[in-house]
Design a protein around this ligand. Structure first.
Ligand code: ADP
Length: 397
């Protein structure tokens, strides 16, 4: 079975073709849809080509893939609201629902839909499956998803915590359970002579997806019980250019003082804040590290600031989970920035977290010391593979 994965953004379309063993056959991107400068990249090739819309972008991807039969298509869809707790086969009703949910994700669901429509048109008999970024977080309890504002707004507009990056959190959580050995008792390796227990997910873990956008989730026995992003991806820990959680009163105070429009304050909080604002020079942690090594005080402050904020979130999830068996770091920063992992874990000593400095420095899969009470992992996220797994489950059903 060959599965095509489509991730359609506002001006880009990422695609990936995986075979039945989930081995990647093609991986590419059409970058700059509707723009003058548009590039097509796949495997190790790049060329320039003007692509007007998402349908043309899908056509281009199909031309690259050539004659290989496609059995199913998995679409990354950002918002599934409260309706979708799992991936689902897209029929006319589901397509309408995704369209309706555009109200909650106006920048993301509309291009996701364009990708779906294009595939339906160009590959008529191939089933399309939606895999939602919010689905994994649909298990979070009411106390975690409720905002303390008049509840009529929840009923009227669906204002609640949804959480994002769910596909990545689910993937790395499942990998963490695998590395924990699926043992019967939390945090314990399988008893000698006994095989791991496949399928059982027992243990309290915290998954840290730290990339340009960052979110942290608390996962208990396979189910997400809390997550740091909220009604939108703006809430939570500070990110590359997003502020993360701030006092909401700052928003209307600034709007009044600076005479800002809705779009201007939105732009400040989403594009001009976070690491970029705290450092004053870059949103990319690699740049911060280069200057921190030269003892630049803004860079050093930014690193400590990020470590503090992330550790505080992990600490609050240790309370939500009533203890932790494992912490997993993933995405661009989580997988690479050993110095940030080191600084985060320094704040978590009271929870019994101890890193092995050499293993951490080399970003090994297991970076904890023998005496650590909490296992700490570095796992490369793979959202494409997770989407393919969900697609296969639905097709086999
Ligand atoms: P996205 O969140 O857009 O999916 P990624 O997960 O790829 O992106 O993360 C991108 C971010 O990861 C970059 O902005 C950069 O700050 C950070 N990053 C990437 N590589 C490294 C590295 N080697 N060291 C530190 N940070 C890195």
């Amino acid at each position: 079975m060959n599965i095509l994965i489509i991730n359609a953004g506002s001006s880009s379309l990422k695609f990936q073709l995986l075979n039945g063993k989930f081995e990647p056959l093609y991986k590419g991107i059409v970058d700059g849809i509707g723009k003058e400068k548009c590039f097509v990249k796949y495997n190790d090739k790049t060329y320039k080509k003007k692509i007007r819309n998402h349908e043309q972008a899908v056509k281009e991807a199909l031309a690259i893939i050539g004659n290989i039969k496609i059995n199913a298509i998995g679409h990354r869809v950002v918002h599934g609201g409260e309706k979708y707790k799992d991936a689902i086969l897209i029929d006319a009703r589901v397509q309408r629902e995704i369209e309706k949910l555009s109200e909650l994700a106006p920048l993301h669901n509309p291009p996701n839909l364009e990708g779906i429509k294009a595939c339906k048109k160009l590959l008529k008999d191939v089933p399309n499956i939606a895999v939602f970024d919010t689905a994994f977080h649909q298990t979070i309890p009411e106390q975690a998803y409720t905002y303390a504002i008049p509840q009529k707004y929840y009923k009227k507009y669906g204002i609640r915590r949804y959480g994002f990056h769910g596909t990545s959190h689910k993937y790395v959580a499942d990998e963490t359970y695998r590395l924990l050995g699926q043992s019967n008792r939390p945090g314990q390796p399988p008893r000698p002579g006994q095989p791991p227990r496949p399928g059982k997910k027992i243990g309290k873990i915290i998954t840290c997806h730290l990339g340009n956008g960052s979110s942290i989730s608390a996962v208990k026995n396979g189910n997400c019980i809390d997550t740091s992003m909220g009604f939108t991806p703006l809430e939570g820990v500070p990110m590359g250019t997003r502020s993360g959680s701030i006092d909401p009163a700052i928003v209307y105070y600034l709007m009044e003082k600076e005479g800002l429009t809705h779009d201007e304050i939105d732009n400040i909080l989403n594009k001009k804040s976070g690491i970029l604002a705290v450092s004053g020079f870059s949103n990319d942690l690699r740049d911060i590290w280069v200057k921190a090594k030269k003892k630049n005080k803004h860079a050093l402050f930014t690193l400590d600031y990020m470590a503090y904020k992330i550790a505080m979130k992990i600490g609050s999830y240790a309370a939500a989970l009533d203890g932790i068996d494992a912490i997993t770091f993933t995405a661009g920063i989580g997988q690479n920035a050993w110095y940030l992992r080191r600084d985060i874990c320094k704040y978590l000593k009271h929870l019994g977290v101890r890193l092995d400095p050499q293993k951490n420095r080399k970003s090994k899969e297991r970076i904890y010391d023998k005496i650590s009470k909490v296992k700490v992992f570095v796992i490369k996220t793979n959202e494409g593979l997770q989407i393919a797994k969900e697609v296969k489950k639905i097709i086999n059903r």
